[in-house]
Design a protein around this ligand. Structure first.
Ligand code: IPM
Ligand code: MN
Length: 380
């Protein structure tokens, strides 16, 4: 019997209720495909932080390292200052496990409406490969004067020098109160995520990879990104390539989503365009994401947040989370089970009887989970 150890972090807000539905579906499919899932619960999130002061510690991370995958709900809570949980838990895991790919499928499933007039499932079907460990997410930043006083001396030293070179002024005496944030892209960081994008295109029989940047303004960082992309592209002569500026792709994704097959983007831009992607595929309730380290521990989550307003109401759409669960199965090697879950999601949506409020229905979260379980069984 194939066995997988899955760490579960339900997190905050609607996290627990949507993860429960994901577990339900994965359990059901595991029975039919004859493998076993062992769920290991972790309490991390706002509640745990407020009680214990722990975000996610080294010990926990080391434990998680022994799992086959991490299934993650959502974090964010109005009682905790914005950014604390995001950085201390979610980003901490992405960095610790070096999950350098954030794979986000943008696929309009049949039976789901898109706000794009005249577009259907045949027009909206691409993957965004978001770089997940670099760029403006490296966490180098600080403030001078005001709240920034006395913080991060070493970084301040660096910025003092840069400020002096650029403006010929002293940052602490001449500058107004200011904040800075530095983005870093490395050759290795670019190469590995770009190769992943090309390999994905090959595997899925796609013909084109689009690279996103803003090399016309942020000429250093994204100029370098573009350079590396051109080099990597040479290793894949059968796949067409193109560059899109990030502002332009926001426009084209709305007007001509059918142009896109695989899109590779730096972290920050990838974050932004995948929210756009989520909307054109029917909303955040339908958008999954996989934080992947192909040689390590990967983490699967819906891309939406914790929606504290809906916490405990049992009305949120669990499909993004269930779809993320399907991606988890694919990643651990259970391809057939993964497809079965995706097919079950598709048939429930196509039938259209059981839907949560975001899709114009009034079904409960658990009813959607149940309907998908029934389909998993029916599709045997
Ligand atoms: C996402 C989220 C996160 C990100 C936040 C919560 C840190 O927006 O997964 O897209 O910016 O990556
Ligand atoms: Mn985001």
């Amino acid at each position: 019997m194939r066995r997988y150890k899955i760490a579960v972090i339900r997190g905050d807000g609607i996290g627990p209720e949507i993860i429960s539905e994901g577990e339900k579906v994965l359990e059901a499919v595991s029975e039919f495909e004859h493998f076993e899932l062992k769920w290991i619960e972790y309490p991390h999130g706002a509640e745990h932080y407020l009680k214990t002061g722990e975000l996610i510690g080294e010990d926990t991370l080391k434990e998680l390292e022994r799992c086959d995958a991490i299934y993650f709900g959502s974090i964010g809570d109005p009682r905790v200052e914005t950014g604390v949980l995001e950085q201390g838990i979610l980003l901490a895991m992405r960095f610790y496990f070096d999950q350098y790919v954030n794979l986000r499928p943008v696929k309009l499933l049949e039976g789901v409406g898109t706000p794009l007039a005249g577009k259907g499932p045949e027009d909206i079907d691409f993957s965004v490969v978001r770089e997940n460990t670099e760029d403006f997410y490296v966490g180098i930043g600080g403030r001078v004067k005001g709240k920034g006083k006395g913080k991060k001396r070493e970084e301040l030293e660096l910025v003092r020098k840069l400020y002096h070179i650029k403006f010929g002024l002293d940052i602490e005496t001449d500058a107004d109160e200011l904040a800075y944030q530095i983005g870093v892209v490395t050759r290795e960081g670019c190469e590995r995520v770009m190769k992943f994008a090309f390999e994905l295109a090959k595997e899925k029989g796609k013909k084109k990879v689009t690279s996103v940047d803003k090399a016309n303004v942020l000429t250093q960082g994204y100029g370098f990104w573009r350079e590396v992309f051109s080099e990597v592209a040479r290793e894949y002569p059968d796949i067409d390539t193109e560059f899109n500026f990030v502002d332009a792709i926001c426009m084209w994704l709305v007007k001509n989503p059918e142009w896109y097959q695989v899109v590779v983007a730096p972290n920050m831009f990838g974050d932004i365009i995948t929210d756009l992607g989520a909307m054109i595929q029917g909303g955040l309730g339908l958008a999954p994401g996989a934080n992947i380290n192909p040689d390590g521990v990967s983490m699967f989550e819906p891309i939406h947040g914790s929606a504290p307003k809906y916490k405990g109401k049992g009305v949120s759409n669990p499909i993004a989370t269930i779809w993320a669960g399907a991606m988890l199965l694919d990643a651990v090697g259970e391809k057939i089970a993964s497809e079965r879950v995706l097919n079950a999601i598709e048939s429930v949506l196509k039938e259209g009887k059981v839907r949560t409020y975001d899709l114009g229905g009034n079904s409960k979260t658990s009813e959607v989970g149940d309907a998908i379980v029934s389909e998993v069984k029916a599709l045997l």
